[in-house]
Write a protein that binds this ligand. Structure first.
Ligand code: AMP
Length: 296
């Protein structure tokens, strides 16, 4: 049985403190910093799976005090239906995080993050990164990611920030945000955790029908195909073939692309040297899945 102790506006389950207000969060963070703890931070939108828990585990290796946040951020959804349907399984999430050894869970409300509402907020200078791939297909998405990240980071004030390479472009955007903020927070990118059949773990997977769940690993196979067939020279034919495989598997494809792994410049030919990443975004019915693989 886990030990439950109730504090003023904070609930302590076993060794995990649950906080809903920035004021309370601040008190705990100050206390931990005074003790000399290194703070690791794992921001999430909940509906947690092993991919998220791997970030917690990694944080525990790199930091003495791990804070996780769960906040379904309205400003990063360019599709209202997707926001409404985002899974909410908070009790299960709390149990998973406590079991994984998380020290603190921050569960802010929308008002806490956006006290003045969500209109007319700051714009970030993301340049090229915002114009391609997810930036192109989800207008405004990365502005929303930056808004919530800046707020969360200013509240948690971590030494280390841990995020997943499953969201490759998001990692690049958040690194850019840290530069814009002139922040010295250390960014730690963690590898993608997959199901045994190759499907990247994602909170959205639980919205797939049983038939679509069977089709979903085709994304991994398409990425793997690109990696195996990659040769110096033209890349357009390879991208098209991988896209065709996904269409034949029943997907509606947004993009099947190959990009420079450090700049995300779209590559139509390869000199045999540049580091490359293949990236896919595709729908199975109304569920949009993304994945990527570093291929060179
Ligand atoms: P989300 O809850 O989807 O916003 O994700 C929260 C964090 O978990 C982000 O840094 C994601 O990149 C990361 N993440 C999501 N899925 C995976 C996965 N399969 N493997 C590793 N990290 C992941």
């Amino acid at each position: 049985m886990c030990k439950v102790r109730v504090f003023y506006r904070a609930l302590k389950i076993d060794y995990m403190i649950i906080v809903k207000e920035a004021k309370t969060l601040d008190r705990y963070i100050l206390q931990e910093k005074a003790k000399g703890s290194v703070i690791g931070f794992v921001p999430t939108m909940g509906a947690l799976h092993r991919g998220h828990l791997a970030l917690i585990e990694r944080s525990r290796q790199h930091a003495g005090f791990t804070v996780c946040s769960i906040f379904v951020n309205p400003t990063q959804f360019n599709n209202a239906g997707d926001f409404r349907r985002y899974p909410n399984v908070i009790e299960k999430d709390i149990a998973l995080l406590a079991e994984a050894g998380t020290d603190m869970l921050y569960l802010p409300s929308v008002e806490e993050i956006y006290p003045g509402g969500t209109d007319g907020l700051e714009q970030y200078e993301l340049g090229y990164l915002e114009t391609v791939l997810e930036g192109q297909y989800r207008p405004g998405h990365f502005q929303g990611v930056c808004l919530v990240m800046q707020r969360l980071l200013s509240m948690v004030r971590p030494h280390r920030l841990l995020m997943g390479l499953k969201d490759y472009q998001q990692c690049m955007v958040v690194k850019r945000l840290l530069q814009l903020m002139r922040s010295d927070i250390e960014f730690i990118a963690c590898p993608t955790i997959r199901e045994p059949d190759g499907l990247a773990m994602s909170s959205r997977n639980m919205r797939l029908s049983p038939e679509d769940r069977k089709k979903a690993p085709a994304i991994y196979r398409a990425l793997d195909y690109i990696k195996k067939e990659l040769r110096a020279g033209e890349l357009t034919g390879l991208k098209a073939k991988a896209g065709q495989q996904l269409t034949e598997a029943g997907f509606k494809v947004d993009y099947t692309e190959i990009a420079h792994a450090e700049t995300l410049q779209i590559m139509d030919s390869w000199n045999g040297k540049d580091p490359l990443v293949a990236l896919v975004a595709a729908f199975l019915n109304e569920v949009r899945l993304i994945d990527n693989m570093v291929i060179a």
